[in-house]
Design a protein around this ligand. Structure first.
Ligand code: G3P
Length: 220
């Protein structure tokens, strides 16, 4: 499973990219707005930092507008991918863009049937939002599991990207479900690497090493 960062913050992206484990980045209008920067400039900058796919979302609500924006986004960088919402207009735009060879990530997916529609429209990626389903007392990761299973049964090649991830457990469940990609905020990415026994173990190793080296040095 590929690990993506869900952010438009360049410092966060650079830090996680330096670990050598970052496969791509997803952004959405909220995340870009939070940065208060020029959308195109920022997406281009992100595309330089990561070699994997970088999702940039259209903000039009009609198909023509989405097509115009999508075609433009696709020229920003070879690894820029267009994000379209899971609406009738978004499906129509996805269908047309896909026919033109533009990769589309269909976002705001909350059901298996929506995911099937995205796949039929030619989506390269479909993004079920796990955390937002949890917010309304549903099991968001169960949806990810179902989509992965249905795509497998149906021989659908559209990639499943587990989005709206809020906890490290979401990441584990996405991997167990067989999701192709999980995108997460910086905070969750940092939580993935942390374990108190790793810290404790390292502290012990270094302390034992220091003591042993001091003994060796004392012996001459
Ligand atoms: O980028 C889409 C998605 O990951 C948003 O997550 O936490 O705002 O529901 P969240």
């Amino acid at each position: 499973m590929e690990l993506y960062l869900d952010t438009a913050n360049l410092d966060e992206i650079k830090e996680i990219a330096s670990w050598g484990v970052l496969s791509g980045v997803t952004t959405n209008p909220t995340l870009v707005a939070r940065e208060g920067v020029d959308f195109k400039r920022r997406v281009k900058d992100i595309c330089q930092v990561v070699s994997g796919l970088v999702s940039a979302e259209v903000v039009s609500t009609d198909t023509e507008g989405m097509l115009k924006e999508g075609r433009d986004i696709a020229t920003w960088a070879p690894n820029a991918i267009v994000k379209c919402p899971l609406t009738p207009a978004g499906l129509a735009a996805t269908s047309q863009l896909s026919r033109e060879g533009v990769k589309v990530n269909v976002t705001l997916c909350f059901s298996v049937n929506q995911a099937l529609l995205a796949a039929r429209a030619g989506a390269y990626i479909v993004s079920p939002f796990a955390g937002r389903l949890d917010d309304i007392n549903e099991d968001g990761m169960a949806l990810v599991e179902q989509i992965v299973e249905v795509f497998h049964i149906q021989g659908i090649e559209t990639k499943v990207l587990a989005a709206s991830i809020r906890t490290p457990l979401h990441v584990t469940r996405a991997a167990l479900a067989g999701a192709d990609i999980a995108t997460m905020p910086y905070k969750v990415f940092k939580q993935l690497v942390c374990h108190p026994l790793t810290d404790k173990g390292l502290e012990q190793f270094l302390s034992d090493w220091k003591k042993a080296m001091a003994t060796v040095a004392a012996k001459g």
